[in-house]
Design a binder for this molecule. Structure first.
Ligand code: NAD
Length: 376
């Protein structure tokens, strides 16, 4: 285990934040709730983002227009990167080139192109500090319970995994960077990398083939930016075959904000089925039902066993991911202190992106795309 900031375990850790938009501010709210860490510096060229970020802090932070200025001026214990997808690779390479080994928590998707995936993978080999890719869905309490069922062996060998996300359309972002695949990598990278990461995590296996059918049918059709209508997919089915014979399917719809549960996942093994439902984030809908659920349905004896899973309303309200960003930060803090290992590695982040890129390609060509991570 790396020994980063462990010399004084009681010292408050100083985090630098790059990108103070919607997700950067979610990170701020949860770091504020976490004892032992603070946001000491923020870099963002957009003044309204900096102002909104500052308003959330209990102790003021130094602000910068660029990450380069921040890195040159500050002595930090860790870095959080929450900038638009297509900026991640260069920011990482810039951090690597400073020669300072700073633990990094970087938002998904780690990169947006296969070329950047390779550049970052190679450059990171020499980096002397942990890099954690933010995959918040892993840390939703109901998803953790669902994972316990599968990894605890209660379903038997998982054969079929279904992940459904039925949600609201993409929100407006600073400079509308999320409206075009050229900046996001496409919806199946930007949004679905979470689900491809979950597929690998749940099945404990690697994908070998991806087939996707998707289109931009409903959302953003009446928008135009410099004469261009957004090209991001708003609905898709993606099937993924895994090396060990398990199969997974993603059912993604981004014009389904009336749904009670935003995410629904089920695993069926040779012994039992288990499923989880997570309600839409409270900031987006005043859903009647705020609890998530996990239902375990054995083949024998028949009869589903249902559990409600609730979380602290204050934790939930601080972000858009059922409180998961807080739990992610608790674990990341342990990594920064040198007391734990990274759980979502750079390679996990890259593989989730490469699955998304394959799915985008499959949707465009109507052909399956083979993957071979064993050789990469
Ligand atoms: N894990 C999740 O569930 C989740 C949820 C939302 C967003 N995200 C990810 O977080 C990242 C940011 O998304 P967002 O929703 O906050 O977008 P946003 O547009 O709300 O905020 C992005 C911020 O980054 C700033 N920025 C742009 N280029 C920069 C640079 N080079 N250096 C510093 N700041 C820069 C912008 O000015 C803006 O303030 C994206 O990668 C997105 O995919 C993840």
């Amino acid at each position: 285990m790396a020994d980063h900031a462990s010399s004084d375990e009681t010292r408050t850790l100083r985090y630098g934040l790059v990108g103070a938009g919607t997700m950067g501010r979610e990170h701020i709210r949860y770091v504020e709730m976490l004892e032992g860490s603070e946001i000491a510096a923020i870099a963002d060229p957009h003044a309204p983002s900096l102002d909104a970020a500052r308003a959330l802090l209990s102790r003021d932070a130094t602000t910068y227009a660029t990450h380069a200025e921040m890195l040159a001026d500050e002595h930090l214990d860790a870095l959080i990167i929450a900038t638009p997808n297509d900026t991640h690779a260069q920011i990482l390479l810039d951090v690597f080139s400073t020669g300072v080994a700073l633990p990094i928590l970087i938002e998904k998707p780690l990169v947006t192109t296969p070329e950047d995936a390779e550049r970052v993978r190679r450059a990171a080999e020499e980096y002397g500090a942990p890099i954690w890719v933010a995959m918040e869905y892993r840390y939703m309490p109901p998803v953790q319970r669902f994972l316990d069922d599968v990894h605890g062996g209660r379903t038997g060998t998982p054969r079929m995994l279904t992940i459904t996300e039925h949600r609201f359309p993409f929100l407006h972002k600073v400079e509308n960077w999320n409206r075009f695949a050229a900046r996001t990598g496409g919806t199946l990278v930007e949004k679905a990398c979470h689900f491809f990461d979950l597929m690998r995590l749940i099945l404990r296996d690697e994908p070998v083939r991806v087939y996707a059918s998707g289109a931009a049918d409903v959302n953003h059709r009446d928008e135009s930016y410099d004469g261009h209508v957004p090209d991001i997919l708003d609905n898709a089915f993606v099937t993924v075959d895994f090396a060990g014979g398990g199969r997974a399917m993603l059912n993604l719809c981004m014009f389904a904000e009336g749904s009670q549960y935003q995410e629904h996942m089920s695993v069926i093994g040779d012994v039992a089925k288990t499923e989880v439902g997570v309600p839409v984030a409270s900031g987006h809908w005043t859903a009647l039902e705020r609890d998530a659920f996990v239902t375990f349905s054995p083949r024998e004896p028949q009869g589903p066993v249902h559990h409600d899973v609730s979380i602290d309303p204050e934790l939930e309200a601080a972000g858009g991911h059922y409180g998961s960003t807080f739990f992610e930060h608790q674990r990341f803090q342990e990594v920064v202190r040198g007391a734990a290992d990274v759980e979502v590695t750079l390679e996990d982040g890259l593989r989730a992106v490469l699955m998304g890129i394959a799915a985008e390609r499959s949707a465009a060509t109507h052909q399956p795309v083979d993957l071979d991570f064993a050789r990469s």
